[in-house]
Ligand binder design. Structure first.
Ligand code: ADP
Ligand code: MG
Length: 711
């Protein structure tokens, strides 16, 4: 068949659909799938027919215009359909590398393609086989053919299915071993043509109208096989009207769930604390500083929440060093003086320990009893908690374990929320008679994004650092500047200051890290022989680690060599310099958190970023961002720009529904509209019996986490 004929092929009409198929029909029974392929699709998260229809392409290729070989342009990404002339595996003489070489022709010329280390490809290509190749075109002066592609995408073309895979804008799906993007496309084509009718529009009519949304079936169809919306660039930005509809739905269902959670909490009875103020005032008087305006405002809001008979659900959000611990303590004291217990849950053992060290002295001075609860804790502390002799409990995830029983938990604080989710919050809540919940996070995120992730929470922002804080002077150094670094360190030590030296934690090889931290420790003992040096890392026994940390805090240790275990929560105002080794390997948020350990006292502080070239463009941007700003919000924005939102949030772990199509940044307007609609809808106190499809879809999305909806 000639190229012209392929182009002129009309698209196949949908064949009849199977009336018995439903959303929950296992894909195994979908035409063309069967048990073996069903197992492969399962790996892609496709178990049911509905999941199949909602498995969308990640990009598109415009194959309406397949290029002739003579028209290929060097440097462009081009797609061409040709016939195989020869296919062979060659082995390079020196490195013994296997290269699969394919030569194809379309009568206007020849094109060579190469794949490295994939000799098995040979078996797919027979002489005369029609194939589509898509990739960047290179010139090769040594090749007879002139033009060449390296590792192009390829598809074998049979005469009968060219209308699916060519002569149109084709969707490209993420595939897995054993099933190719092309096979998935074939299955999807059949699914879209046969089963689209199982999808029903569940959004209320007026919401569809107000937002100018495409009907759901058309949106699904067009997202898979675009015909009406055919701008390839718009499609590849996932911004066609079809994509927008799907994005709206994802946001709407997310926000609807959050709105319900929020509403449920306003319906439930919580504890009304009284404002006695005795312990709080004694505590505030004992502080060597005045609270900042932002701290006072936040405490007032928390107090209001605690006095009301509804359960508090507040997020306190503030950059590192803004003084969240004091706010947490005041809240805990309010609970305690009303006869309740208060707990503080931290994401890591070392952070829980640090909080305990920072807090227990203060608490005991007020005549109260604090305990630390981690996974290794023994019966004694469990008894103290269940009998109520411990009023303040600091701990890790261990706090939400079965066997931990509180006598009367009135307030639960979660520190560093980004590592906890909706589900853990609910677990913690179930530990008491509807306790108040306060969440503290130092991950600064733009407000709209906060609304998405924490849409069911009230938010306070501590947007002011304690007076007199100076920006941490931050600079990147290279290995050939070691002497300069050592002299800066020695200068600080000579002034009586203390120093952190941080080594990276590389997940694949914790052993290697440890090795580098230990080597660093040995090296600095030689470099600074007259100073006391300590070492902390995650593999150390808790007692040992606590001893070292306590010695650093009290000033008995001058230099603390550490892995990233010190990332959060450690507070030593006299530590004025931090050296981060292999800074190019750290994420931006992490660098900012680490740096936040300095700049806590009255002295000038320094953060030295030791970077080992060569490193990526992204690493360069991260280091530059660190040098140019100390503002957590700016850092967060840059981080978001570098990493993209998916990676930034990890919504899966936060317990809220996944976003597959929607992108919090790109689709911010869609998000805002969806949020408005969702909250307005819940505000009307809707009877979900009248919206059976919506209610079913919502429940499915949230997987049983929204007990409020009854239908
Ligand atoms: P973060 O918000 O990062 O958890 P911390 O609560 O650890 O911050 O506080 C950082 C440091 O600032 C601590 O040493 C704390 O005692 C101090 N601090 C907190 N509030 C104030 C304030 N209003 N004025 C001066 N120092 C403060
Ligand atoms: Mg903190």
């Amino acid at each position: 068949m000639s190229m012209e004929k392929v182009k002129n092929l009309t698209h196949k009409k949908p064949s009849g659909y199977s009336p018995q198929a439903t959303k929950d029909t296992p894909v195994q029974y979908v035409k063309g799938v069967g048990p073996a392929r069903a197992r492969l699709l399962e790996r892609l998260g496709i178990g049911t027919l509905e999941e199949m229809l909602f498995y969308f392409p990640w990009r598109y290729e415009d194959r309406r215009d397949l290029k002739k070989i003579s028209d290929l342009r060097y440097g462009n990404i081009e797609t061409t359909m040709c016939e195989v002339v020869s296919a062979e595996v060659i082995t390079t003489p020196k490195k013994r590398m296997k290269i699969f070489e394919l030569t194809v022709t379309d009568k206007t010329g020849f094109l060579k393609s190469k794949w490295f280390n994939q000799p098995y490809l040979e078996r797919y290509f027979k002489r005369g086989q029609k194939v589509i190749l898509s990739g960047a075109v290179k010139g090769n002066p040594y090749s007879m053919t002139g033009a060449e592609m390296e590792n192009p995408d390829f598809e074998l073309v049979g005469e009968e299915d060219t209308f699916i895979h060519t002569s149109r804008i084709v969707p490209v799906y993420k595939a897995t071993e054993g099933i190719s993007p092309k096979q998935i496309r074939t299955l999807m084509f059949s699914a879209v043509n046969n089963y689209l009718s199982i999808i029903d529009d569940y959004l209320p009519e007026d919401i569809l109208k107000r937002n100018g949304l495409e009907p759901l079936r058309r949106a699904v169809k067009e997202t898979h096989f675009p015909e009406e919306f055919s701008d390839i660039n718009v499609l590849n930005r996932a911004s066609s009207p079809a994509h927008k509809r799907l994005a709206f739905d994802e946001f709407f269902l997310l926000e609807l769930g959050l709105a319900l959670l929020k509403k449920r909490e306003t319906l439930e009875k919580g504890i009304s604390f009284e404002d006695k103020g005795v312990l709080v005032n004694r505590f505030l008087k004992s502080l060597p500083f005045e609270l900042t305006g932002a701290q006072k405002r936040t405490i007032d809001r928390i107090k209001d929440d605690m006095l009301r008979p509804l359960p508090m659900n507040r997020l306190v959000h503030g950059d590192v060093g803004c003084g969240k611990t004091v706010v947490a303590l005041v809240s805990m004291l309010i609970a305690v003086e009303n006869g309740y217990q208060a707990c503080l849950m931290a994401p890591t053992e070392i952070l829980a320990e640090q909080h305990f060290i920072n807090i227990h002295g203060v608490v005991e001075a007020l005549g109260l009893n604090a305990v630390l609860l981690t996974s290794g804790s023994k019966g004694k502390s469990l008894d103290d908690i269940s009998q109520g002799s411990a009023q303040i409990i600091i701990g890790t995830h261990a706090l939400i374990q079965e066997q931990v029983k509180f006598k009367n938990l009135g307030l639960a604080i979660i520190d560093e929320q980004h590592r906890f989710g909706v589900v853990q919050r609910a677990d913690l809540r179930s530990k008491g008679p509807n306790p108040d919940i306060l969440i503290m996070t130092a991950t600064p995120i733009p407000r709209t994004l906060a609304l998405t992730l924490y849409g069911d929470l009230d938010i306070s922002i501590i947007d002011e650092l304690p007076a007199g804080r100076k920006p941490v002077i931050t600079k990147v150094f290279f290995p050939n500047q070691k002497d300069r670094i050592y002299s800066l360190i020695k200068d600080e030590l000579a002034k009586g200051r203390q120093v952190y030296i941080v080594y990276p934690l590389i997940e694949e090889s914790e052993k290697l890290d440890l090795k580098s931290a230990i080597e660093g420790y040995e090296a600095f003992r030689k470099i600074c022989p007259e100073n006391k040096i300590g070492l902390v890392h995650g593999k150390m026994h808790r007692d040992e680690r606590e001893t070292v940390m306590a010695q650093f805090k009290s000033g008995n240790i001058d230099i603390l060599v550490a892995t990233t275990v010190i990332e959060v929560g450690i507070d030593v105002p006299n530590a004025s310099l931090m050296l981060i080794v292999h800074a190019e390997r750290f994420g931006l948020a992490q660098l900012h958190q680490l740096r936040g350990r300095t700049g806590r006292g009255a002295h000038d502080s320094y953060c030295l970023l030791m970077a080992y070239p060569p490193f990526s463009e992204e690493a360069k941007r991260r280091l530059k961002a660190m040098e140019s700003t100390g503002d957590g919000f700016k850092i967060a924005e840059e981080d978001l720009a570098i990493r993209g939102p998916g990676d930034f949030f990890g919504t899966r772990q936060s317990g809220i529904p996944d976003l597959k199509i929607a992108d919090i940044i790109r689709d911010i307007n869609v998000l805002e509209n969806a949020r408005k609609e969702a909250f307005a809808f819940i505000d009307t106190g809707p009877d979900f019996n009248k919206y059976p499809l919506l209610s079913k879809t919502l429940k499915k999305k949230w997987m049983g986490r929204l007990e409020l909806i009854r239908s």
